[in-house]
Design a binder for this molecule. Structure first.
Ligand SMILES: C[S@@+](CC[C@H](N)C(=O)[O-])C[C@H]1O[C@@H](n2cnc3c(N)ncnc32)[C@H](O)[C@@H]1O
Length: 520
């Protein structure tokens, strides 16, 4: 291991990165992006998936829980993080996941072939030789129709942010390792400057970045601004290293950005003409126009380049494969259905939107929905398929080649899926286990309060109804394990404690139900 790689390892051993879920990096999202651009990516249910720089496995474990026949391999330099990952995977009884403490530069082709490769939050934070190794592995180890996701900080947006990083690094005591205090001191200094610098370029960058600082935790700021390596790239540089390793640019994982680039039609026309079909060049110009700071890019093998379609039209039978899950509501003011993110839906597809909403959290298969439609005219079919294409290109609901069938009502005695139950019990046993969060079957983070909610989850083994659960919570409260607080005052009356316990239990159970985390 060379010196710069050792330095990186040391920082992650000292301040492990909290291991969250990144659904935008998942094989499902990569498959959907492939579909949008005309590729037929491998079956996600039986795929072999590799994550480089997986930290404590928080991104891979939800996938391993969801796709039991697929195989997952996580690699990270930090032995400490990998040992936590192994321990948690064992607690969750995950048999289809392996973790290796390994420097990615030592990985060769014989490490195996993978259908999906995930490299989230690593590429810009490692020395050049590691970047090259990441691209080499993606080129050498991807299966024929496989896809690879790599996220990274980009220029030109990071040119400005680099100044903030420089200020914070200059401000810190070089002899002491970066810590929560370093972050606070750095932010204080930036805040001071923001209030006192003139109306110049740096002031503009400070203004643009500040809300981000306030919403991100210490661990993120430490790694983004104090990491020894944070070397962003222009998109065209990343794409060109990818090309040199036999890869082709497919799209961003948030592929709507490719379909509807955030620029005016006039600029778009001009750039399209200038770039004459060179998609990398086109994307790079957009980055200049919008001052892009971060990309989450999907690559395919260069042999598939000629199969990439950018007309975004789909045959009906292709759309039949898709399963859709989401919630839509009718907005009487604008006389339109809207998605949860308030995107206006096209008219004439209310039957489909209602069906999807009623089935939630389960999904609706497009082919089955169409088959079951009574008295359908050619016109209606046309409208429905156009509607599905709209949902797809706007990415306004969860889309998957795999159907999700969850419970359709909350059982009297709620029972969690086995992995969540095991994680809850583990978190109750090992307090302050903050390095991996709860996750939903769709790979989203399931955020809950620590002390009480972990205990509620640990009670959901299907043996008690909500009254029984509330009584257990009541006992814990009486034993002083935690206390309910209302308007900053601890709740002491038994009746009120029981009421609070029941309300909380009902709330948590209903959230779990809507995320598809309860089982029979
Ligand atoms: C910023 S963290 C991101 C972790 C995780 N992917 C995420 O997004 O939460 C970068 C990770 O890359 C790992 N890493 C850095 N250099 C590496 C190398 N040469 N080989 C393997 N892993 C490496 C670090 O140990 C760290 O866990």
């Amino acid at each position: 291991m060379n010196n710069s790689v050792e330095m990186v390892e040391k920082t992650y051993e000292e301040e492990p990165y909290i291991s969250y879920q990144y659904p935008q990096s998942s094989p499902n999202r990569q498959w959907v992006a492939g579909f949008v651009f005309g590729l037929n990516a491998p079956d996600i249910q039986t795929a072999r998936v590799l994550e480089l720089g997986c930290s404590m496995g928080g991104n891979l474990m939800p996938l391993a829980s969801r796709y039991k026949k697929a195989k997952f391999i996580g690699v990270d330099l930090s032995k400490k993080q990998i040992s936590v990952a192994k321990e948690i995977a064992k607690e969750l009884s995950l048999k289809n996941i392996e973790f290796y403490a390994k420097d990615v530069t030592t990985i060769t082709k014989d490490f195996g072939e993978f259908d999906y490769i995930i490299v989230h939050g690593v590429y810009s934070w490692v020395p050049q030789e590691v970047k090259e190794a990441i691209m080499r592995i993606c080129g050498e180890c991807l299966s024929q129709n496989g896809l690879a996701y790599i996220s990274y900080n980009t220029y030109p947006g990071w040119k400005g942010k680099e100044i903030l990083r420089d200020i914070m690094l200059f401000n810190m005591d070089k002899d002491t390792p970066a810590s929560q205090k370093t972050v606070n001191d750095g932010i204080d200094m930036l805040n001071y400057m923001r209030q006192n610098v003139g109306n110049n370029f740096i002031r503009k960058i400070l203004d643009d970045s500040f809300s981000g600082f306030e919403s991100h935790g210490t661990s993120y700021i430490l790694h983004e601004y104090f990491e020894i390596f944070n070397q962003p790239n222009y998109f065209h540089e990343v794409a060109s290293l990818a090309k040199a390793n036999g890869l082709e640019y497919l799209s961003e994982s948030e592929y709507t950005q490719n379909i509807f680039p955030p620029i005016s039609n006039e600029v778009k026309e001009r750039l399209l003409k200038k770039c004459a079909g060179d998609r990398v060049k086109f994307e790079q110009y957009i980055d200049f126009v919008i001052n892009k700071t971060f990309r989450q890019t999907i690559f395919c093998k260069k042999e598939n380049a000629e199969n990439i379609k950018v007309d975004f039209t789909y045959k009906f039978e292709e759309l039949n494969k898709l399963n859709l899950a989401g919630k839509f509501s009718y907005n009487a003011n604008i006389q339109r259905y809207v998605s949860q993110t308030q995107v206006h839906m096209p008219v004439g597809i209310s039957k489909l939107l209602n069906k999807i909403t009623d089935a939630y959290p389960s999904s609706v298969n497009v082919g089955e929905f169409v088959n079951e439609l009574k008295d359908k005219s050619q016109e209606e079919l046309q409208r429905i398929y156009q509607g599905v294409a709209f949902l797809l290109s706007n990415n306004v609901c969860y889309i998957s080649p795999v159907a999700d069938k969850f419970l359709s009502e909350i059982p009297k005695k709620p029972k969690l899926n086995s992995e969540t139950l095991a994680l809850a019990k583990y978190k109750v046993r090992v307090e302050n286990l903050d390095n991996i969060s709860f996750f939903t079957p769709r790979g989203e983070t399931f955020g809950i309060d620590k002390n009480l909610d972990h205990r509620i989850l640990a009670l959901l083994d299907g043996s008690k109804d909500v009254d029984g659960i509330s009584k257990e919570i009541f006992k814990m409260s009486k034993d002083g394990i935690f206390s309910f607080v209302v308007e900053e005052m601890p709740v002491v009356e038994d009746e009120e404690i029981l009421k609070q316990a029941k309300e909380r239990a009902n709330f948590i159970v209903s959230r779990l139900f809507f995320e598809g985390m309860l089982v029979k």
